[in-house]
Write a protein that binds this ligand. Structure first.
Ligand code: ADP
Ligand code: MG
Length: 504
């Protein structure tokens, strides 16, 4: 065995279950002895898959998802272009995967995996994923509406009011009524003492709301809301189910889907119990185009991402960010990503050169490689790798030829067909009508041992609402009155991102 092969194999040796990334390369030659792998137990220490377009990021995501599934770990992955859907089908013989297996001295064993296709609110093929406005909370809504800090604060106030009044906000129509109400004389009177919302701010928010309604928000917001337990399934053969969130149909709505993805992660965080360090994670999530999470993000939004990523690890969830360069992510997020797979970077323009230098600075110093020289020269499906070993110590940087995917590196045969046949359709296929949905939402908000509501305020409020609707004050009176039966009995608790804490 070569010195190089021996050194790498030793540095990347794993006693427990491991996911193979590939084999080490030195001076342009693959060394089959230089096995590069990541301990399964370290996949909750998060990761980064970076590189320019076409360099092999999705394939790296694919080989990780495949092996996680085999290890019985469910996976959630954003499928922005639709090519990840091919995870369900075996890869073709004679393609680049077979060639790659040969180069690495490995058998080529094409196979498909248990895949579930999801979509945002049923836009495009996939079981519809929905969330209610109440569950989504003010911070994520502000991000999705591209709100500035003032508008974000107004949304927080709106939620505070709705929570205190026990008013479930189901969809964007509810949000619109609420905004309009708070800008009315009655609404302004209600807000007295807890701060106000300016008419100008409401105006701006209403205008961005129109865009969101037309841009997929009407489909995405509502009931039945996705229960994250449905993402954590295994197939009858014990393999983890890979849930592909099919986003090709909403590719042109990046704020919508990137925020929806963050909601998923936050929802997992709020729902799952503490688990400590497990031999294998409960779930691994891959977030593609992760830079979108940070564009236009407010300070509180970024803080929430940092906090979620830091704490979700001990709930047994690993999060892998996929993006072009590490600098796309906030430094406090990047610092928590223990497993790094950096594909090739371009170095054409002065800006590229700067990004390259910045990227190199995020890697441990290497005795074997000049990373500034190597990164632009990496071949397709090659990467510079450093991960956490079983002791949690970063491994030395190694130029890695990534292993061959077993599934098809392209769209699946029949995504709509598979989605229609999903057992989840019975639960999520059809939107629930607004009346029953509000009951459902109210029930979810309800805490087990409700405190008595402050009767005076409630009665006054009810009276005012009745008076308003009697006086023909259109939508707002109806809005409040229609909720009389569905008031929740206690102020709700909000967690990270202002998300609803679940009632046990
Ligand atoms: N590990 C790999 N083994 C074999 N072929 C690969 C591998 N990685 C990338 N390729 C080839 O390169 C193409 C582009 O890779 P892809 O993962 O789609 O890049 P990206 O997601 O960065 O745009 C793939 O369709 C495939 O042909
Ligand atoms: Mg890709």
């Amino acid at each position: 065995m070569s010195q190089f092969g021996e050194t790498i194999a030793k540095a990347y040796a794993v006693n427990g279950v491991a996911l193979e990334l590939g084999r080490g390369v030195l001076e342009a030659a693959v060394d089959p002895a230089a096995l590069v792998q990541v301990p399964l137990a370290m996949t909750n220490r998060h990761g980064l898959i970076a590189g320019a377009t076409g360099t092999g990021k999705t394939s790296t995501l694919r080989i990780l998802a495949e092996q996680l599934s085999v290890a019985g770990v469910p996976v959630v992955a954003a499928d922005v272009k639709g090519d990840l859907s091919g995870l369900a089908n075996p890869g073709p013989a004679g393609g680049s995967a077979e060639q790659r297996a040969g180069e690495l001295g490995e058998p080529f064993e094409p196979r498909g995996f248990p895949v579930e296709y999801l979509s945002l609110g049923g836009i495009g093929p996939g079981v519809p994923v929905r969330a209610t406005v109440s569950d989504f909370g003010p911070l994520l809504l502000a991000k999705i509406l591209d709100a500035n800090e003032t508008q974000e604060q107004s949304l927080s106030l709106l939620f505070h009011y709705a929570d205190a009044k026990g008013l479930p906000l189901l969809d964007l129509a509810d949000l619109r009524s609420m905004l309009t109400f708070l800008d009315s004389p009655e609404g302004r009177a209600e807000l007295k003492g807890i701060g106000g919302v300016s008419s100008a701010t409401v105006g701006v928010l209403l205008r961005s709301l129109v865009q969101l309604e037309d841009g997929g928000g009407n489909e995405f917001f509502g009931e039945p809301q996705l229960d994250v337990a449905d993402l954590m399934r295994t197939a009858p053969d014990g393999r983890g189910v890979i849930s592909c969130l099919e986003l090709a149909a909403v590719q042109d709505k990046p704020r919508l889907w990137s925020t929806a993805l963050m909601w998923l992660v936050a929802e997992l965080f709020e729902t799952l119990p503490e688990a400590g360090d497990l031999p294998k994670p409960k779930l691994v999530v891959f977030l593609d185009e992760a830079h979108l999470l940070f564009t236009g993000a407010s300070k509180s939004f970024v803080e929430s991402i940092v906090q979620t990523v830091r704490l979700i690890r001990s709930k047994g969830v690993g999060v892998f960010f996929v993006t072009q360069t590490p600098k796309d992510l906030h430094a406090d997020v990047l610092a928590q990503l223990g497993n790094r797979v950096q594909h090739a970077l371009r170095a054409y323009t002065p800006d590229d050169a700067k990004a390259l230098k910045a990227t190199v600075s995020t890697f441990p110093k290497s005795k074997l490689y000049d990373l500034e020289e190597l990164l632009p020269q990496l071949g397709i499906g090659e990467a510079v790798v450093t991960i956490l070993d079983e002791r949690g110590v970063p491994t030395p940087v190694v130029h890695t030829r990534i292993r061959a995917p077993q599934s098809r590196m392209g769209p699946a045969d029949d995504v709509p067909g598979a989605a229609t046949a999903s057992p989840l359709q019975a639960k999520y296929g059809a939107r629930i009508d607004a009346e029953s949905a509000r009951e459902l939402l109210a029930a979810r908000l309800e805490r087990p041992s409700p405190l008595a509501t402050p009767p005076k305020v409630e009665a006054r409020h009810r009276e005012a609402a009745r008076a308003r609707s009697a006086g023909g004050d259109g939508g707002i009176g109806d809005f409040l009155a229609s909720r009389q039966g569905k008031r929740i009995q206690r102020e709700v608790v909000r967690g990270v991102f202002g998300l609803l804490r679940k009632a046990l």
